[in-house]
Design a protein around this ligand. Structure first.
Ligand code: PLP
Ligand code: ALO
Length: 347
């Protein structure tokens, strides 16, 4: 990127700012002192709001980021000598720098292929039955990402099939919900329909990608797994002393409904971009656009030319290609600029 061009951000929903609803509650929480370490009234209200929203009496914890959420949740779901089955493109495998293995004191990730970034019951069973000797880290957890790392979603039927396979082999089910809101929006499904009603034991729900500055919620539907979990958070440096500054913005998302409208907007922008890109000669999608990201193959010269024009996007995610991610504040105007630039660099 040359210095004279203004950077334009479609690299990730992590590049967006704080949405107005979250900011409103953040400023309200800042009007008065309150108790620390999650004992404040905002955190209690946010946890209760999650239980109402999911229609389930789950345990709720707040941490700073998604890697911590995944790593700590997984460390509570199995022992150090167990293994976690995940897709070969899973973020816990590719982008968390060994966090899940570190915080579980050694649990091994066993990866499985699968079309469109999705685990399959057959792929899970192949890893479970591959070996049964003492030298093989015993599979105990299945971790799936909803929305997947390549922008696809698991249907309820696919989730139920994975749950059935997990039951067959006494496995627990973790959901990396970095873009869970986008899955609810994309499938027009309720949070309950995509979690405990299909047998998810624990959900890591990202607020960061949904309009917060930071902040992830960990929901345990299998409450036995949450025993002493707050101590895990504290030991990992994930117990915020001023927790209200994490939980109050979350409450803003939940009480305003922005958690869903932000996701619906991001998904709609991705559909707009996807259709625009597909209309360009020589451009094809790598994966179906089912949530808020679009993956396309572009020639190297086009990638470099776009970056020179100030576009920021990743090329290392998933199976290569260029990933464009839309967020709560992505505009049609920005996407039209990208589409015009893609057209020009391909000519
Ligand atoms: C699918 C997925 N899971 C987990 C994470 C981890 O989040 P963080 O970068 O906040 O650690 C990300 C990244 O943002 C992600 O894309
Ligand atoms: C890939 C990167 O780690 C981040 N999770 C993102 O999706 O932007």
């Amino acid at each position: 990127m040359t210095s004279e061009c203004t950077p334009r951000f479609l690299a990730s929903d992590n590049t967006s700012g704080i949405c107005p609803e979250a900011m409103k509650y953040l400023l309200e929480a800042n009007q008065a002192d309150d108790l620390a370490y999650g004992n404040d009234r905002w955190t209690a209200r946010a946890a209760d709001r999650f239980r109402e929203m999911f229609d389930f009496d789950c345990d709720v914890f707040f941490v700073f980021n998604g890697t911590a959420a995944n790593s700590l949740a997984l460390s509570a779901m199995g022992r150090s000598y167990h293994s976690v089955i995940c897709h070969e493109l899973a973020h816990i495998e590719t982008d968390e720098c060994g966090g899940p293995e570190f915080f579980s004191n050694g649990a091994k990730l066993l990866t499985s292929p699968g079309a469109n970034g999705k685990l399959t019951p057959e792929g899970i069973e192949a890893l479970v039955t591959k070996r049964s000797d003492i030298h093989y880290p015993k599979p105990k957890v299945v971790s799936l990402t909803q929305v997947t790392e390549v922008g696809t979603v698991y249907s309820r039927e696919e989730l139920l099939a994975i749950r059935a396979m997990a039951d067959k082999h006494d496995l627990r089910l973790h959901m990396d919900g970095a873009r869970f809101a986008n899955a609810c929006a994309g499938l027009n499904a309720s949070p309950a329909e995509l979690t405990w009603q299909v047998g998810v034991d624990a959900l890591c729900f990202s607020g960061t990608k949904n309009g917060l500055a930071f902040g992830e919620a960990i929901l345990f539907f299998n409450r036995d797994l949450a025993e002493d979990f707050s101590y895990r958070c504290k030991q990992a440096g994930q117990l915020a002393s001023k927790m209200r500054y994490v939980s109050a913005p979350w409450l803003g998302l939940l009480e305003s409904g922005a958690w869903l409208t932000n996701a619906e907007h991001a998904n709609a922008m991705a559909r707009y971009l996807s259709e625009g890109l597909q209309a360009l000669p020589g451009v094809s999608l790598m994966f179906p656009t089912q949530a808020n990201s679009v993956f396309v193959e572009l020639p190297p010269h086009a990638i470099e030319a776009l970056k020179t024009k100030g576009w920021t996007f990743y090329t290392f995610i998933g199976a290569g290609g260029a990933r464009f991610v839309c967020a709560w504040n992505t505009t049609v105007e920005l996407l039209d600029q990208l589409l015009a630039d893609v057209k020009s660099v391909l000519e």
